[in-house]
Write a protein that binds this ligand. Structure first.
Ligand SMILES: [Ca+2]
Length: 506
């Protein structure tokens, strides 16, 4: 354990596919800051979110518990005021617990254990023209969000710049006499709208190789749950050019995220922090980014369910190492507390993998991650259990599974669920899922959530001090729709939206 209490800087992006980093082997995307962090630290290459959707994943991450255990089922979920988070745990142990930027807290409590919030969230960052409306929204999960892709700028970029500036100012003003800090910086990129600066967009349009998209025949043979997922979002017949433009913009947003991370890391280069700051980078979930022809989150393919995760503390955490053990975002709080020498959080069911990070024997590590999804956009509940080499995805809508061998088939091309030779492992994992999880419980929870949300969604924030949410300036949002190869095709079959949370800035 450290001789003095380390500072902690944790940067969480939104919707970053773990493959989209140079250090993770991506052939094109440019991420020099993330690459340097990974070169000097340890990259966890099998880290998963506990729910491939923003609010439940983040509340699981903060509390160290499966989201359904803390009553979070969807993007309108309000975490109970008195549910302990690792921000509470650090504050109780003498750290100053600080949040800067996004954490997607719903309801009036905008702190949840953070003693200070340097800047608020991105709820109002997009202009109506760029945001769109109804289901034809650029920040949502329908074909319109892929079609409106290109170069320009959005309030999410200006939000991230302000968050970065405020966090850097906090670091610059820190005195050695101050208590150690646990600073969580929440950035919005590379979350869609798929609009990035022209410099990056032009670069990636030229640099990306031809995309590998499923053929119509392959789409016909997809698992019925994936076919239903595609139809609900109306993404079946997006052209290769639409996908390519969207992917170029996504790569551009990743590079812009990386630039902000680089700015933050440079602000840490001062004697007061040099040897005693633990830096962590992660994202709340991934983005399919055209893998399997899909976009966004809300599925359990690697692009959506796996997250980037890097730990950096030179002289303590091994440099340039890949840790391939299976871990979850709900394990991060317990891990940070142990690495910092702070008391553990008794309410957490996530486990510390500090010993794995320090390259110490950890024979009892379960090497598994569970992730659940209550449903959104008309989806029905589903869940995923990754244990060692195996990954089982269970779809309640069809009472059926996908099974992948992640060691031999990391891109999930060969579903082994109907292979008799793999029946024993499928049965064992499915029995485990049936014991710990219920689709009906997810449906009931989501319904209760919606009722709670209607009552308290508009209450003003309460907490230690007022919170300044982002208000974009004129010019922060600019997109020339005439650059699109064809006008966006507005959603053809609008589904019944009764009871669905409005999804602004999700
Ligand atoms: Ca998110």
């Amino acid at each position: 354990m450290p001789t003095s209490r380390p500072n902690i800087l944790l940067v969480m992006s939104d919707q970053h596919n773990a493959r989209f980093m140079g250090n993770a082997g991506h052939p094109v995307v440019r991420t020099p800051a993330l690459d340097q962090l990974a070169a000097q630290g340890t990259r966890c290459s099998a880290a998963y979110c506990p729910h491939p959707l923003c609010v439940p994943s983040r509340m699981g991450f903060l509390t160290g518990r499966p989201p359904s255990e803390v009553g979070c089922w969807g993007n309108g979920s309000v975490l109970d005021f008195d549910t302990p988070t690792f921000a509470h745990a650090f504050a109780a142990a003498g750290w100053e617990s600080v949040l800067c930027g996004r954490m997607h807290f719903e309801g009036p409590n905008q702190f949840h254990g953070f003693q200070r919030r340097l800047f608020g969230d991105s709820t109002y960052s997009l202009s109506p023209e760029i945001l769109g409306q109804g289901r034809n929204r650029t920040n949502g999960q329908t074909r319109y969000a892929v079609e409106v892709a290109g170069h320009g700028q959005t309030g999410f970029q200006s939000f991230d710049q302000i968050v970065t500036d405020r966090a850097c100012r906090f670091l610059r003003e820190r005195s050695p006499a101050d208590p150690p800090f646990c600073l969580v910086v929440g950035l919005m990129l590379p979350h869609n709208p798929l609009i990035c600066s022209q410099r990056w967009f032009d670069y990636y349009m030229g640099a990306l190789p031809p995309l590998e998209l499923p053929t119509p025949r392959e789409i016909e043979h997809l698992h019925p749950a994936i076919r239903a997922w595609r139809q609900r979002r109306d993404v079946d017949d997006l052209t290769p050019l639409r996908h390519r433009r969207a992917l170029a913009a996504y790569c551009g947003l990743v590079s812009e995220l990386d630039q902000n991370l680089g700015t933050l890391l440079r602000a840490l280069r001062q004697p007061a922090f040099a040897d005693n700051t633990l830096v962590v980078y992660c994202s709340d979930h991934g983005d399919q980014a055209a893998e399997h022809g899909l976009w966004w989150k809300s599925s359990f393919y690697e692009g959506s369910a796996r997250v980037p995760l890097i730990f950096h503390q030179p002289g303590r955490i091994p440099a340039g190492r890949e840790l391939a053990s299976v871990v979850s975002l709900i394990d991060i709080g317990p891990t940070l507390l142990e690495l910092a020498g702070a008391p553990a959080m008794p309410t957490a069911s996530g486990r510390s993998f500090a010993r794995l990070l320090l390259n110490q024997p950890s024979p009892s590590w379960p090497d598994e991650a569970f992730s659940e999804y209550a449903g959104d956009h008309g989806d029905r509940p589903s869940c995923m259990l990754r244990r060692g080499r195996w990954k089982l995805i269970y779809y309640s809508e069809f009472d059926s599974c996908q099974l992948f061998d992640m060691y031999s088939d990391p891109s999930e091309q060969h579903d082994l669920a109907s292979d008799p030779a793999h029946r024993p492992i499928l049965d064992a994992l499915l029995a485990d899922i049936r014991q710990r999880w219920s689709a009906q419980r997810m449906i009931d929870g989501l319904q209760r959530d919606r009722e709670r949300w209607k009552t308290i969604k508009d209450l003003p924030p309460i907490g230690p001090h007022p919170v300044e949410h982002h208000q974009p300036l004129p010019g922060d949002n600019a997109f020339d729709f005439s650059q699109l190869p064809q006008p966006p095709s507005l959603l053809r079959s609008l589904q019944n939206q009764q009871g669905v949370f409005p999804a602004v800035g999700r």
